[in-house]
Design a protein around this ligand. Structure first.
Ligand code: MD3
Ligand code: FE
Length: 225
């Protein structure tokens, strides 16, 4: 997957189809893609991520249906997202360590607040950041995010590493989906009428990212309570 904005611009006199980063796209009435929005934060973001993962390592969770997710998960902030035999929920304790989740690093919070505000959601203070890791082949099936109590708040997502094709559906599982490619540094904000739309991620393709290697990492910032 080649990102348009990274092709050399030499003699490109008609460059309107090769937007420079950062740029903004609207994919729903209240959903926005901010291309490259996380790039100015990267130098601080990656060491903060390392520190979180040392305290709360990734694990492949098993759904209540007995299916082991191909996406590995961790969390930071006041609440993390867990599954057990009884279902999915937010918990202040990491069941793997018996400890509270690592605090949300300052740079994570700054990035989430800035992106929400750029999309018109003022005063967004997330209390949970879910961290997903996709190795090549990993995918996320079409689903809704509705375990949060504060559905009036948006979700902010940050994509790092290998690119992925995001699937954005409608309010019903059977509704058609639009495909949105997401690249290293892209930030997406979903809120309002788009908050309960079905969405998923197609299997991540084999590749090697210069900074993150053979993986895609996605942060989703939410207000869980
Ligand atoms: C649209 N993660 O963790 S982030 C998830 O790339 C999840 O890892 C995907 O879906 C990923 O639940 C996609 C994008 C996302 C997150 C929440 C949404 C899109 C959303 C909530 C409502 C609508
Ligand atoms: Fe989701």
């Amino acid at each position: 997957m080649q990102r348009k904005g990274t092709t050399p611009a030499t003699f490109d006199l008609f460059a309107e189809d090769t937007p420079q980063l950062p740029s903004q796209e609207q994919i729903g009435p209240e959903s926005f893609v901010f291309r490259g929005f996380a790039l100015p934060f990267i130098e601080q973001l990656l060491p903060a991520l390392e520190s979180v993962l040392t305290q709360a390592p990734f694990r492949n969770m098993v759904t209540p249906g007995g299916y082991t997710m191909s996406v590995a998960l961790s969390s930071c902030g006041e609440f993390g997202w867990i599954t057990d035999r009884s279902g999915y929920k937010y918990s202040p304790i990491n069941p793997l360590t018996g400890q509270p989740w690592p605090a949300m690093p300052g740079v994570f919070m700054e990035l989430a607040v800035a992106a929400a505000s750029a999309a018109g959601f003022a005063a967004f203070v997330p209390d949970a950041c879910l961290i997903n890791r996709y190795i090549p082949g990993a995918k996320m099936s079409l689903h809704q995010d509705k375990d949060e109590r504060g559905l009036e708040w948006p979700v902010v997502s940050v994509s790092l590493g290998l690119p992925a094709m995001f699937l954005f559906g409608g309010d019903e599982r059977r509704d058609p989906t639009q495909r949105v490619p997401l690249f290293h540094g892209d930030v997406v904000v979903w809120g309002g009428v788009d908050r309960l739309r079905f969405h998923g991620v197609m299997p991540v393709r084999q590749g090697e990212h210069p900074q993150l290697g053979e993986q895609r990492i996605n942060f989703t910032f939410r207000k869980a309570r």
